[in-house]
Write a protein that binds this ligand. Structure first.
Ligand code: ATP
Length: 270
């Protein structure tokens, strides 16, 4: 069971150079996660504890997982990932046990970066309906907080959580000594989009005329994940057309196609 729900990556290959448009967020992650792992003695000498947990929040596909992987890569730490939704179980005590196993795994792999995606699944504001399911989720969260209380902040395990639904979170998890460092990871601005286009086309055979500045200006509202999808789809347009060189028109067609698919999704949801 453990192998299925907990992903262990000894050496993730993502670096800070692969992340476009999040300079401030990269600096913050370096300061709060990388520094305590690399130079714990600095914190000892200054006499402060580094933040216990860092919470990344922002829309889907903006690079939250990438940030956590890049910091693990930079510190030669093992990257351990688990989704909060995997911690939600029907059976009493199962979620709490998984949390204990997760921290045990992190201890075995020190130094390690423990990434808990979709933390809202276990840390949403309490609803009025006190069903047994809610109580079990509550216990799972309590176990997570108690594991966090139990370990040395200057130690070799760092915890990063992520959510797309910050407004839904129970504020109790944001108290000092818990997820007390918040880092917002927004969708990229125009410059960020241009950087992300360049990152995801590094290995592509591009026509000389491709102008990422204007593509970035047009792809308003695209997330990093969507820009990556545009690049792949642009390549597909070239292949369908029996060309090996990808043109600017291919990128435009790709963006149109992806937007059309998204609006289809919206319609089918309603
Ligand atoms: P979710 O909330 O849906 O889990 P996330 O914020 O964790 O999303 P990632 O998994 O980090 O998003 O991003 C998905 C993919 O989108 C990445 O693997 C990468 O290819 C691309 N991507 C997203 N943001 C960026 C970015 N800022 N720079 C470069 N690539 C990006």
């Amino acid at each position: 069971v453990r192998a299925r729900v907990m992903q262990v990556d000894q050496s993730p290959d993502v670096t800070y150079q692969d992340i476009g448009g999040l300079d401030d967020q990269v600096s913050e992650v370096r300061e709060t996660v990388e520094m305590p792992l690399k130079s714990p003695e600095m914190f000892d000498e200054v006499g402060i504890d580094p933040p216990s947990g860092v919470l990344l929040h922002g829309p889907p596909g903006t690079g939250k997982t990438m940030l956590a992987k890049a910091v693990a890569n930079q510190t030669d730490a093992t990257f351990i990932k688990m989704a909060g939704s995997e911690l939600v179980h029907k059976f009493i005590g199962e979620g709490a046990k998984l949390v204990r196993d997760l921290f045990e795994l992190a201890r075995q792999h020190e130094p390690s970066v423990l990434f808990i995606d979709e933390i809202d699944a276990i840390a949403a504001k309490r609803t009025d309906s006190k069903t047994s399911g809610d109580a079990e989720v509550q216990r799972t969260m309590m176990q997570l907080l108690s594991e966090m209380d139990g370990f040395d902040e200057r130690g070799e395990i760092r915890i990063i959580a992520a959510t797309n639904r910050f407004d839904m979170l129970d504020r109790a998890i944001l108290r000092p000594g818990r997820f007390d460092r918040l880092i917002e990871v927004p969708k990229p601005d125009e410059t960020g989009r241009e950087q992300i286009f360049k990152i995801h086309t590094r290995g592509m055979n591009l026509a000389e005329t491709v102008d990422f500045e204007s593509l970035a200006a047009e792809a308003t509202d695209a997330s990093g994940a969507e820009i990556k999808a545009i690049c792949t789809e642009a390549g597909m347009f070239a292949i369908r057309d029996d060309r090996t060189e990808v043109t600017e028109a291919d990128f435009r067609d790709a963006w149109e196609k992806i937007q059309a698919e998204e609006s289809d999704d919206e319609v089918s949801k309603t």
